[in-house]
Design a protein around this ligand. Structure first.
Ligand SMILES: NC(=O)c1ccc[n+]([C@@H]2O[C@H](COP(=O)([O-])OP(=O)(O)OC[C@H]3O[C@@H](n4cnc5c(N)ncnc54)[C@H](OP(=O)(O)O)[C@@H]3O)[C@@H](O)[C@H]2O)c1
Length: 331
């Protein structure tokens, strides 16, 4: 099968399409034929080595955390069966930029009928980040006022819709060119960060979600109500220092570290099925053009998500699956 891999840290040119062997599912996993793979900033951070303290230098590495596809093989104990349309966020090992991937049952979720494979692949990591920021970190309640910085990006575009679905009043921060986009996502108010400093608002917000991590707790503290909280997606040393004093403060700082979860993905799938959430995609690329997708995402200006599509490389057809892998698992 084909996969996009890196053999060393570096620029987008390090992303190479290669022939690799078919993965063999272990107990509790199913084999998925990937139709589309979402692209996230963590992918280029892994590629360029800026996360090497966390990842180490193990090569080759197949990038990609978001997949949508069809179950090819599942054992009898799996709730899934061959032919099911599923999507998932993969755990830290990644491996989503590939024609096949093995995924644990607990990370999978059926794709809602309303969306296609590309939209499904755009969803898991970014939507889970937003949901978990509002559900697991500093619970967002109906009627809360939330400010979302970076509202036009991958995480932000889901955050606006999920916050609205949870009943919050949403102030979205985006550049002027994305004003209409975030309004259409449901934002009640929009602040253009290129002309207005959103940290000069009155202290009216229960939550500030800094989806792009371009601000700081120190700057956002004045716009939080007493008891309010600031959640960022990229913690730094200053944030960790602020967190040490949370127990003394009425306004708290924290960060989100997204985790794969089929259960949380079901919540998002329900929001999609009830038309409260719709994945937003700026562009799709065939998998072999993964380098271009990385170049585009690294500009930091993408509206919504980018997705790699695999249909052209390997059309969906059960008959074309390579012979059964010599597996020790029970299949
Ligand atoms: N901790 C976690 O678990 C976790 C999970 C997911 C993501 N992340 C991190 O969160 C960050 C955002 O991810 P993402 O997928 O949303 O990124 P993204 O899609 O690449 O974000 C791009 C968006 O950011 C907006 N933007 C750029 N500069 C801005 C600024 N100064 N103020 C407000 N908006 C700005 C851009 O809009 P304009 O063109 O209008 O400026 C664009 O729409 C990344 O660093 C990612 O690694 C962390």
């Amino acid at each position: 099968m084909k996969a996009l891999r890196i053999h060393q840290f570096g620029g987008p040119e390090q992303l190479l399409e290669e022939d690799v062997s078919l993965p063999i599912p272990e107990r509790g996993e199913v084999l998925i034929r990937v139709h589309a793979a979402g692209v996230n900033p963590v992918d280029f951070k892994l590629r360029n080595g800026s996360m090497k303290l966390l990842t180490g230098k193990k090569f080759p590495r197949t990038l990609g955390f978001d997949i949508a596809g069809v179950v090819e093989r599942a054992d009898k104990s799996s709730p899934y069966k061959p032919g099911d349309r599923v999507f998932a966020m993969l755990p830290f090992k990644g491996g989503g930029y590939a024609e096949f991937v093995c995924v644990k049952n607990e990370f999978l979720c059926p794709i809602p009928n309303d969306i296609n494979m590309t939209e499904a692949a755009a969803t898991p990591l970014a939507a889970l980040t937003a949901l978990q920021a509002f559900r697991k970190k500093e619970y967002l309640r109906e009627g809360d006022k939330v400010l979302i910085n970076g509202a036009s990006g991958g995480v932000g575009s889901f955050a606006v819709q999920i916050a609205k679905a949870l009943g919050a009043h949403v102030t979205a921060v985006a550049s002027g060119k994305n004003r209409d986009f975030v309004k259409e996502l449901g934002a009640d108010e929009v602040i253009d960060y290129t002309t207005d400093d959103f940290t000069k608002q009155s202290p009216k917000f229960h939550k500030v979600f800094d989806a792009v991590a371009k601000s700081s707790f120190k700057k956002c503290k004045p716009i939080l109500r007493k008891g309010g909280s600031y959640v960022t997606t990229v913690p730094d040393r200053r944030l960790f220092c602020s967190m040490m004093w949370n127990f003394l403060r009425k306004k708290k700082a924290t960060f989100i570290m997204v985790k794969p979860s089929g259960e949380d993905l079901h919540v998002i799938a329900d929001m999609i099925a009830t038309r409260q959430v719709k994945p937003q995609i700026e562009a799709t690329f065939p998998m072999k053009e993964g380098q271009q997708a990385h170049r585009m995402l690294e500009t930091g200006r993408v509206r919504g998500k980018l997705v790699l599509t695999l249909e052209e490389v390997f059309p969906s057809n059960h008959e074309t699956l390579p012979a059964d892998p010599p597996s020790t698992a029970v299949y």
